[in-house]
Ligand binder design. Structure first.
Ligand code: ATP
Ligand code: MG
Length: 330
Protein backbone atom coordinates (compact mmCIF):
# COMPACT_ATOMS: atom_id res chain seq x y z
CA UNK A 1 0.00 0.00 0.00
CA UNK A 2 1.41 3.38 -0.90
CA UNK A 3 1.86 5.78 2.01
CA UNK A 4 -0.83 8.20 0.79
CA UNK A 5 -3.38 5.43 0.53
CA UNK A 6 -6.06 5.25 3.22
CA UNK A 7 -7.15 1.86 4.52
CA UNK A 8 -10.54 0.85 3.17
CA UNK A 9 -12.84 -0.66 5.76
CA UNK A 10 -15.94 -2.71 5.01
CA UNK A 11 -17.06 -6.30 5.24
CA UNK A 12 -20.67 -6.24 4.08
CA UNK A 13 -21.45 -8.34 1.04
CA UNK A 14 -22.52 -5.24 -0.88
CA UNK A 15 -19.23 -3.51 -0.17
CA UNK A 16 -17.01 -6.53 -0.86
CA UNK A 17 -18.71 -6.88 -4.21
CA UNK A 18 -17.83 -3.26 -4.98
CA UNK A 19 -14.19 -3.85 -4.05
CA UNK A 20 -14.06 -6.80 -6.42
CA UNK A 21 -15.59 -4.75 -9.18
CA UNK A 22 -13.01 -2.04 -8.50
CA UNK A 23 -10.12 -4.51 -8.72
CA UNK A 24 -11.43 -5.77 -12.04
CA UNK A 25 -11.99 -2.29 -13.46
CA UNK A 26 -8.64 -0.97 -12.20
CA UNK A 27 -6.48 -2.95 -14.61
CA UNK A 28 -8.42 -1.89 -17.69
CA UNK A 29 -7.25 1.26 -19.36
CA UNK A 30 -10.75 2.70 -19.61
CA UNK A 31 -12.67 5.56 -18.04
CA UNK A 32 -14.66 4.73 -14.92
CA UNK A 33 -17.59 6.59 -13.43
CA UNK A 34 -18.13 6.42 -9.67
CA UNK A 35 -21.64 7.20 -8.51
CA UNK A 36 -22.77 7.57 -4.91
CA UNK A 37 -24.39 9.78 -2.30
CA UNK A 38 -22.24 12.34 -0.54
CA UNK A 39 -19.69 10.85 1.82
CA UNK A 40 -19.91 7.28 0.49
CA UNK A 41 -16.20 7.09 -0.33
CA UNK A 42 -16.08 8.03 -4.02
CA UNK A 43 -12.69 9.68 -3.73
CA UNK A 44 -11.26 6.77 -1.77
CA UNK A 45 -12.46 4.37 -4.47
CA UNK A 46 -10.95 6.56 -7.18
CA UNK A 47 -7.59 6.35 -5.38
CA UNK A 48 -7.94 2.59 -5.16
CA UNK A 49 -8.64 2.38 -8.89
CA UNK A 50 -5.47 4.33 -9.58
CA UNK A 51 -3.18 2.43 -7.22
CA UNK A 52 -4.39 -0.95 -8.47
CA UNK A 53 -3.88 0.07 -12.10
CA UNK A 54 -0.73 -0.21 -14.19
CA UNK A 55 -0.44 3.56 -13.74
CA UNK A 56 0.08 3.32 -9.97
CA UNK A 57 3.58 4.86 -10.13
CA UNK A 58 2.41 7.72 -12.35
CA UNK A 59 0.60 10.85 -11.17
CA UNK A 60 -2.91 10.78 -9.73
CA UNK A 61 -4.29 14.29 -10.24
CA UNK A 62 -7.60 15.44 -8.76
CA UNK A 63 -9.94 18.22 -9.76
CA UNK A 64 -13.18 19.22 -8.08
CA UNK A 65 -15.23 20.57 -10.96
CA UNK A 66 -17.85 22.22 -8.74
CA UNK A 67 -15.57 24.51 -6.80
CA UNK A 68 -14.79 27.20 -9.42
CA UNK A 69 -16.14 29.24 -12.32
CA UNK A 70 -16.29 27.84 -15.82
CA UNK A 71 -13.37 29.85 -17.22
CA UNK A 72 -11.15 28.94 -14.31
CA UNK A 73 -12.12 25.28 -14.54
CA UNK A 74 -11.33 25.27 -18.23
CA UNK A 75 -7.90 26.70 -17.60
CA UNK A 76 -7.31 24.39 -14.63
CA UNK A 77 -8.09 21.37 -16.79
CA UNK A 78 -6.48 22.34 -20.07
CA UNK A 79 -3.98 25.03 -19.08
CA UNK A 80 -3.51 28.40 -20.72
CA UNK A 81 -1.02 30.58 -22.53
CA UNK A 82 0.00 33.93 -21.08
CA UNK A 83 -2.74 36.50 -21.67
CA UNK A 84 -5.41 33.94 -22.61
CA UNK A 85 -7.77 35.75 -20.23
CA UNK A 86 -7.62 38.41 -17.54
CA UNK A 87 -5.39 37.22 -14.69
CA UNK A 88 -3.59 34.74 -16.93
CA UNK A 89 -0.21 36.36 -16.49
CA UNK A 90 1.93 33.34 -17.24
CA UNK A 91 1.60 30.16 -19.26
CA UNK A 92 0.31 27.34 -17.17
CA UNK A 93 -0.04 23.59 -17.53
CA UNK A 94 -3.48 22.13 -16.95
CA UNK A 95 -4.38 19.06 -14.94
CA UNK A 96 -4.61 16.90 -18.06
CA UNK A 97 -0.97 17.66 -18.79
CA UNK A 98 0.04 17.11 -15.17
CA UNK A 99 -1.73 13.75 -15.19
CA UNK A 100 0.01 12.57 -18.39
CA UNK A 101 0.76 8.87 -18.05
CA UNK A 102 -1.45 8.63 -14.97
CA UNK A 103 -5.01 9.23 -13.83
CA UNK A 104 -7.17 12.33 -13.63
CA UNK A 105 -9.99 12.23 -11.07
CA UNK A 106 -12.81 14.59 -12.04
CA UNK A 107 -14.99 15.04 -8.99
CA UNK A 108 -18.54 16.46 -9.21
CA UNK A 109 -18.54 16.00 -12.93
CA UNK A 110 -22.26 16.75 -13.30
CA UNK A 111 -21.64 20.44 -12.66
CA UNK A 112 -19.45 20.99 -15.75
CA UNK A 113 -20.68 23.03 -18.71
CA UNK A 114 -21.50 21.43 -22.07
CA UNK A 115 -18.49 23.19 -23.55
CA UNK A 116 -16.10 21.63 -21.04
CA UNK A 117 -17.79 18.25 -21.37
CA UNK A 118 -17.12 18.36 -25.09
CA UNK A 119 -13.43 19.02 -24.49
CA UNK A 120 -13.19 16.25 -21.89
CA UNK A 121 -14.78 13.86 -24.37
CA UNK A 122 -12.17 14.76 -26.96
CA UNK A 123 -9.32 14.02 -24.54
CA UNK A 124 -10.89 10.70 -23.64
CA UNK A 125 -11.38 9.73 -27.28
CA UNK A 126 -8.27 11.15 -28.93
CA UNK A 127 -6.01 12.23 -26.07
CA UNK A 128 -5.94 15.71 -27.53
CA UNK A 129 -6.68 19.27 -26.48
CA UNK A 130 -5.38 22.82 -26.73
CA UNK A 131 -4.40 25.17 -23.94
CA UNK A 132 -6.61 28.25 -23.66
CA UNK A 133 -5.28 30.93 -25.96
CA UNK A 134 -3.27 28.47 -28.07
CA UNK A 135 -3.95 26.62 -31.29
CA UNK A 136 -1.21 24.05 -30.74
CA UNK A 137 -2.66 20.62 -30.09
CA UNK A 138 -1.25 18.76 -27.11
CA UNK A 139 -1.39 14.98 -26.82
CA UNK A 140 -1.61 13.16 -23.52
CA UNK A 141 -2.26 9.67 -22.21
CA UNK A 142 -4.61 10.11 -19.27
CA UNK A 143 -7.13 7.79 -17.72
CA UNK A 144 -10.22 9.69 -16.59
CA UNK A 145 -12.15 8.68 -13.47
CA UNK A 146 -15.29 10.71 -12.91
CA UNK A 147 -17.46 10.97 -9.81
CA UNK A 148 -20.92 12.31 -9.20
CA UNK A 149 -23.75 12.14 -6.70
CA UNK A 150 -26.28 13.01 -9.40
CA UNK A 151 -28.31 10.89 -11.76
CA UNK A 152 -26.35 11.50 -14.97
CA UNK A 153 -28.64 9.54 -17.32
CA UNK A 154 -31.54 11.68 -16.06
CA UNK A 155 -29.49 14.85 -16.62
CA UNK A 156 -28.56 13.63 -20.10
CA UNK A 157 -32.25 13.01 -20.78
CA UNK A 158 -32.97 16.64 -19.89
CA UNK A 159 -30.15 17.82 -22.13
CA UNK A 160 -28.02 18.99 -19.22
CA UNK A 161 -25.26 16.43 -19.64
CA UNK A 162 -23.72 15.26 -22.91
CA UNK A 163 -25.02 11.81 -23.77
CA UNK A 164 -21.89 10.98 -25.80
CA UNK A 165 -19.60 11.77 -22.85
CA UNK A 166 -21.85 9.75 -20.57
CA UNK A 167 -21.60 6.79 -22.95
CA UNK A 168 -17.82 6.95 -22.90
CA UNK A 169 -17.57 7.38 -19.13
CA UNK A 170 -20.09 4.67 -18.48
CA UNK A 171 -17.84 1.92 -19.80
CA UNK A 172 -17.69 0.91 -16.17
CA UNK A 173 -19.96 2.43 -13.53
CA UNK A 174 -19.23 1.76 -9.88
CA UNK A 175 -22.22 2.65 -7.70
CA UNK A 176 -21.43 2.91 -4.01
CA UNK A 177 -24.19 1.78 -1.64
CA UNK A 178 -25.18 4.26 1.08
CA UNK A 179 -24.14 3.29 4.61
CA UNK A 180 -27.75 2.63 5.71
CA UNK A 181 -27.88 -0.19 3.12
CA UNK A 182 -24.80 -1.91 4.59
CA UNK A 183 -25.27 -1.76 8.33
CA UNK A 184 -22.66 -4.48 8.94
CA UNK A 185 -20.05 -1.88 8.01
CA UNK A 186 -21.12 0.66 10.63
CA UNK A 187 -19.32 -0.78 13.68
CA UNK A 188 -16.08 -1.77 11.89
CA UNK A 189 -15.89 1.76 10.44
CA UNK A 190 -16.82 3.36 13.77
CA UNK A 191 -14.10 1.38 15.58
CA UNK A 192 -11.55 2.20 12.92
CA UNK A 193 -12.23 5.94 13.22
CA UNK A 194 -12.35 5.68 17.02
CA UNK A 195 -8.94 3.99 17.24
CA UNK A 196 -7.40 6.50 14.87
CA UNK A 197 -8.76 9.44 16.85
CA UNK A 198 -7.62 7.89 20.15
CA UNK A 199 -4.11 7.63 18.74
CA UNK A 200 -4.26 11.16 17.37
CA UNK A 201 -5.14 12.46 20.85
CA UNK A 202 -2.15 10.60 22.26
CA UNK A 203 -4.32 8.40 24.49
CA UNK A 204 -3.42 4.88 25.47
CA UNK A 205 -6.46 2.79 24.59
CA UNK A 206 -9.88 3.07 23.03
CA UNK A 207 -12.24 1.70 25.73
CA UNK A 208 -14.93 0.61 23.23
CA UNK A 209 -18.46 1.94 22.81
CA UNK A 210 -21.19 1.43 25.41
CA UNK A 211 -24.03 -0.80 24.24
CA UNK A 212 -26.39 2.22 24.16
CA UNK A 213 -23.91 4.07 21.95
CA UNK A 214 -23.59 1.08 19.63
CA UNK A 215 -27.35 0.93 19.29
CA UNK A 216 -27.55 4.64 18.45
CA UNK A 217 -24.85 4.24 15.80
CA UNK A 218 -26.54 1.20 14.30
CA UNK A 219 -29.99 2.83 14.22
CA UNK A 220 -29.02 6.17 12.70
CA UNK A 221 -29.96 6.77 9.03
CA UNK A 222 -26.55 8.33 8.15
CA UNK A 223 -27.65 10.75 5.42
CA UNK A 224 -24.04 11.99 5.25
CA UNK A 225 -22.77 8.41 5.07
CA UNK A 226 -19.19 7.57 6.06
CA UNK A 227 -18.03 11.15 6.35
CA UNK A 228 -20.84 11.80 8.83
CA UNK A 229 -20.01 8.63 10.77
CA UNK A 230 -16.37 9.68 10.94
CA UNK A 231 -17.28 13.11 12.33
CA UNK A 232 -19.74 11.71 14.87
CA UNK A 233 -17.24 9.12 16.13
CA UNK A 234 -14.30 11.53 16.26
CA UNK A 235 -16.41 14.02 18.22
CA UNK A 236 -17.50 11.31 20.67
CA UNK A 237 -13.89 10.22 21.28
CA UNK A 238 -12.61 13.74 21.60
CA UNK A 239 -15.26 14.65 24.18
CA UNK A 240 -14.89 11.43 26.11
CA UNK A 241 -13.00 11.85 29.38
CA UNK A 242 -9.72 9.95 29.23
CA UNK A 243 -10.64 7.01 31.41
CA UNK A 244 -11.51 3.32 31.12
CA UNK A 245 -15.28 3.79 30.80
CA UNK A 246 -16.75 2.87 27.41
CA UNK A 247 -17.61 5.77 25.12
CA UNK A 248 -21.28 6.66 25.52
CA UNK A 249 -21.86 10.24 24.41
CA UNK A 250 -23.03 10.20 20.82
CA UNK A 251 -24.19 13.49 19.33
CA UNK A 252 -25.38 13.37 15.74
CA UNK A 253 -26.02 17.05 15.20
CA UNK A 254 -23.25 19.34 16.49
CA UNK A 255 -25.60 22.32 16.09
CA UNK A 256 -28.10 20.76 18.43
CA UNK A 257 -28.51 23.22 21.31
CA UNK A 258 -31.36 24.92 23.14
CA UNK A 259 -29.62 28.21 22.24
CA UNK A 260 -29.52 27.51 18.54
CA UNK A 261 -30.61 30.68 16.69
CA UNK A 262 -33.68 30.08 14.62
CA UNK A 263 -34.60 31.55 11.27
CA UNK A 264 -38.25 30.87 11.91
CA UNK A 265 -40.34 34.03 12.18
CA UNK A 266 -41.85 34.61 15.60
CA UNK A 267 -44.84 32.39 16.11
CA UNK A 268 -48.14 34.15 15.45
CA UNK A 269 -50.89 32.71 17.57
CA UNK A 270 -54.18 32.65 15.70
CA UNK A 271 -55.92 35.54 17.40
CA UNK A 272 -59.47 36.66 17.60
CA UNK A 273 -60.20 39.87 15.78
CA UNK A 274 -58.90 42.59 18.09
CA UNK A 275 -62.29 43.91 19.12
CA UNK A 276 -64.00 40.58 19.89
CA UNK A 277 -63.40 38.26 22.80
CA UNK A 278 -63.47 34.47 22.54
CA UNK A 279 -66.78 33.34 23.90
CA UNK A 280 -65.08 30.33 25.49
CA UNK A 281 -61.54 31.14 26.69
CA UNK A 282 -60.70 27.53 27.70
CA UNK A 283 -61.78 26.11 24.33
CA UNK A 284 -59.93 28.87 22.52
CA UNK A 285 -56.67 28.26 24.43
CA UNK A 286 -57.03 24.51 23.91
CA UNK A 287 -57.33 25.08 20.18
CA UNK A 288 -54.23 27.29 20.17
CA UNK A 289 -52.32 24.70 22.21
CA UNK A 290 -53.27 21.89 19.85
CA UNK A 291 -52.41 23.83 16.69
CA UNK A 292 -49.09 24.94 18.14
CA UNK A 293 -48.05 21.42 19.06
CA UNK A 294 -49.06 20.10 15.64
CA UNK A 295 -47.03 22.85 14.01
CA UNK A 296 -43.98 22.04 16.16
CA UNK A 297 -44.27 18.33 15.38
CA UNK A 298 -44.50 19.15 11.73
CA UNK A 299 -41.43 21.38 11.88
CA UNK A 300 -39.44 18.62 13.60
CA UNK A 301 -40.64 15.95 11.17
CA UNK A 302 -42.56 14.18 13.91
CA UNK A 303 -39.59 14.06 16.27
CA UNK A 304 -41.23 14.55 19.67
CA UNK A 305 -38.03 15.34 21.57
CA UNK A 306 -37.27 18.02 18.98
CA UNK A 307 -40.79 19.47 19.13
CA UNK A 308 -40.67 19.54 22.94
CA UNK A 309 -37.34 21.36 22.84
CA UNK A 310 -38.66 23.90 20.33
CA UNK A 311 -41.62 24.68 22.60
CA UNK A 312 -39.62 24.83 25.82
CA UNK A 313 -41.40 21.75 27.19
CA UNK A 314 -40.03 18.54 28.62
CA UNK A 315 -40.65 15.43 26.60
CA UNK A 316 -43.20 14.24 29.19
CA UNK A 317 -45.05 17.56 29.15
CA UNK A 318 -45.35 17.36 25.38
CA UNK A 319 -46.57 13.76 25.59
CA UNK A 320 -49.20 14.86 28.10
CA UNK A 321 -50.48 17.62 25.82
CA UNK A 322 -50.54 15.25 22.84
CA UNK A 323 -52.59 12.74 24.85
CA UNK A 324 -54.98 15.46 25.95
CA UNK A 325 -55.69 16.44 22.33
CA UNK A 326 -55.60 12.92 20.95
CA UNK A 327 -52.56 13.69 18.76
CA UNK A 328 -51.01 10.43 17.62
CA UNK A 329 -47.24 9.83 17.46
CA UNK A 330 -45.48 9.41 14.10
N1 ATP B 1 -14.70 2.21 3.18
C1 ATP B 1 -14.07 3.18 3.85
N2 ATP B 1 -13.17 2.89 4.80
C2 ATP B 1 -12.55 3.86 5.50
N3 ATP B 1 -12.80 5.17 5.33
C3 ATP B 1 -13.69 5.53 4.40
C4 ATP B 1 -14.38 4.57 3.61
N4 ATP B 1 -15.19 5.21 2.76
C5 ATP B 1 -15.04 6.51 3.00
N5 ATP B 1 -14.14 6.73 3.98
C6 ATP B 1 -13.75 8.05 4.54
O1 ATP B 1 -14.93 8.83 4.59
C7 ATP B 1 -14.67 10.17 4.18
C8 ATP B 1 -15.51 10.50 2.96
O2 ATP B 1 -15.06 9.74 1.84
P1 ATP B 1 -14.89 10.41 0.39
O3 ATP B 1 -14.33 11.79 0.51
O4 ATP B 1 -14.16 9.44 -0.46
O5 ATP B 1 -16.44 10.48 0.00
P2 ATP B 1 -17.11 11.13 -1.29
O6 ATP B 1 -18.08 10.13 -1.78
O7 ATP B 1 -16.05 11.60 -2.23
O8 ATP B 1 -17.91 12.33 -0.66
P3 ATP B 1 -18.44 13.69 -1.39
O9 ATP B 1 -19.49 13.29 -2.37
O10 ATP B 1 -19.04 14.45 -0.24
O11 ATP B 1 -17.25 14.32 -2.00
C9 ATP B 1 -13.18 10.26 3.92
O12 ATP B 1 -12.55 10.71 5.09
C10 ATP B 1 -12.79 8.81 3.63
O13 ATP B 1 -11.44 8.57 3.96
MG1 MG C 1 -15.64 13.57 -2.83
Amino acid sequence: MSPDQQPIIGESAAFLEILEEVSRAAVLNRPVLIVGERGTGKELIAERLHFLSTRWDQPLVKMNCAAISETLLESELFGHEAGAFTDAARRRQGRFELADGGTLFLDELATTSMNIQEKILRVIEYGQFERLGSSRTISVDVRVIGATNEDLPALAGKGRFRADLLDRLAFDVVTLPPLRERREDIMPLAEHFAIRMTRELGREIFPGFSSAARQLLLDHAWPGNIRELKNVVERAIYRHPDDDQPVGGIQFDPFDSPWRPSNKPQETIPTQPADTLPDDLRAYLDQVEKETVLKALDASNGNQAGAARALGLTYNQLRGIMRKHGIKSG
